[in-house]
Design a protein around this ligand. Structure first.
Ligand SMILES: [Zn+2]
Length: 236
């Protein structure tokens, strides 16, 4: 199994690795990687794998059979090759900011309105989306949560990432519901904790201080029918 470097260092932009498998010439598994695969509603990283003077562009990263697989734009990489992986940092950092913004919004909707997040997607660098269950489609109430989220960002709560034993998570009323969806064979659970605000079991990449997010603004609100609201947002 490849070592997943971003779990412990979300700001790692470049790393050395060895190729452990190549499928159909273009799908590369490394012994370790910092590339985030498309998962949890969040878009994948892009970047390059460089071997000597050869550059291979990473055009897609996915998780297949539990392995992170890097799709490159041309064939030629061989098992055993040593490569330098480099992330497209502008893209990753923007995704980290969007992803953390989604945490702040979901924290605000839950804390202030008791609304639960039912879906989220950050698939482009222009906008993020969250879905939540809220009884009434009350535009003003939703706008207020965005304002409150921006206040939380300005207050710059720190973000911490740490691990808890499954048994500890299962004792925690805040975390148990989310943790129940995780595979049974995971004993140690990674927690992303916006201090004194929102905690979640989470395998993704985030900024470490909320101010890095910038300012959230609403792009569009959609009424999806019974209890189901959709918010498209952007960050500046
Ligand atoms: Zn997250």
């Amino acid at each position: 199994m490849s070592k997943v470097l971003y779990l412990d260092d979300m700001f790692l932009k470049e790393f050395e690795a060895e190729v452990v498998s190549v499928k159909d010439g273009k799908y590369i598994v490394l012994d370790q990687t910092s590339f985030y695969p498309k998962s949890g509603g969040i878009a994948n990283d892009e970047g390059t794998l460089v071997r000597g003077s050869d550059t291979f562009n990473v055009v897609y990263v996915g998780k297949f059979g539990g392995q992170i697989s890097h799709e490159v734009d041309k064939e030629g990489i061989q098992i055993g090759d040593k490569v330098t992986g480099t992330l497209d940092w502008n893209r990753r950092y923007k995704l980290m900011r969007f992803h953390t913004a989604a945490h702040v919004l979901s924290g605000a909707f839950f804390k202030n309105l008791g609304a639960k997040i039912t879906g989220n997607e950050i698939s482009s660098l222009d906008q993020g989306r969250i879905d939540f269950n809220l009884e009434n489609f009350d535009r003003k109430l939703i706008e207020e949560q965005v304002e409150k989220s921006n206040e939380i960002i300005q207050a710059d709560y720190p973000v911490e990432v740490y691990y808890l034993q499954r048994s500890e998570v299962e004792k925690d009323p805040d975390l148990i519901k989310l943790a129940m969806g995780l595979p049974k064979n995971i004993d140690v659970i990674r927690i992303v904790d916006i201090k004194n605000f929102d905690r979640q079991p989470d395998g993704g990449c985030h900024v470490l201080s909320l101010k890095e997010i910038g300012k959230i603004s609403i792009k569009k609100l959609v009424n999806k029918g019974k209890n189901n609201r959709r918010l498209y947002f952007t960050i500046e």
